[in-house]
Design a protein around this ligand. Structure first.
Ligand SMILES: [Zn+2]
Length: 218
């Protein structure tokens, strides 16, 4: 959910001083998008009772893309892209890597002391739940009723994972189940939930705030 009307967007935004554009879309259809240094979009009128949290998820997730250049860490969603990253090329975003060796991973300075790299997690169990979720028809009237228990078990797997809360090198990121790695078992860029940004993503956001607040780097 993006707009190609860049000139109109910039004309409207120019009515006020701004660093950054967030477009709020008055629509009930689930959706959003975020492009680094361009803008983010979020739907703002959730029509399914009990699912309003999805708008909060969306706004912050898309902000991560557009403000800090964060990558999607998920790989099981129906909105994932195929072959988004070329094999053998390190992604430019700060929170996804193709390097599974601790000494080469770009967030090596933030790795939790003593953590195994790559870092084991309950990927098999998580993937089984996500495979069932992926078969659901998003537009069916009972979609949310069917998704609810799957959502709960997926989040429980992440919450109780051995290295939950640690910074490591977890396989499965950037729309790829294998060969790409993320810094934390869960993050706002990984699960469809209200999970916080992990420390690597938070640091990237912090660097952008510093950049806007003090462009001279003093
Ligand atoms: Zn995303």
């Amino acid at each position: 959910m993006l707009t190609e009307e860049n000139r109109i967007v910039r004309d409207i935004a120019a009515a006020a001083p701004y660093d950054f554009i967030c477009i709020l879309v008055n629509d009930t259809r689930y959706g959003g998008g975020g492009i680094y240094n361009l803008y983010s979009t979020t739907y703002t009128n959730e029509s399914v009772p009990g699912q309003e949290w999805q708008m909060d998820y969306m706004f912050v997730h898309e902000f991560g893309h557009s403000f800090a250049g964060l990558a999607d860490e998920y790989y099981t969603s129906s909105t994932a892209y195929n072959d988004f990253y070329l094999p053998g090329i390190e992604p430019w975003e700060p929170n996804v890597t193709a390097q599974a060796e601790g000494g080469r991973v770009k967030w090596k300075s933030m790795l939790t002391a003593g953590i195994p790299v790559p870092t084991p997690w309950e990927k098999g169990a998580y993937d089984s739940v996500e495979a069932i979720r992926g078969k659901l028809d998003r537009l069916a009237p009972d979609y949310y009723r069917k998704r609810e228990p799957l959502q709960k078990s997926a989040m429980e797997i992440l919450r109780t994972s051995q290295y939950a809360g640690s910074v490591g090198v977890f396989e499965g990121a950037g729309y790829a189940s294998k060969g790409l790695y993320r810094p934390s078992v869960d993050c706002r860029m990984f699960s469809l939930s209200l999970a916080d940004f992990d420390p690597v993503c938070s640091a990237a956001i912090g660097r952008m705030i510093d950049f806007y607040a003090d462009p001279g780097g003093k």
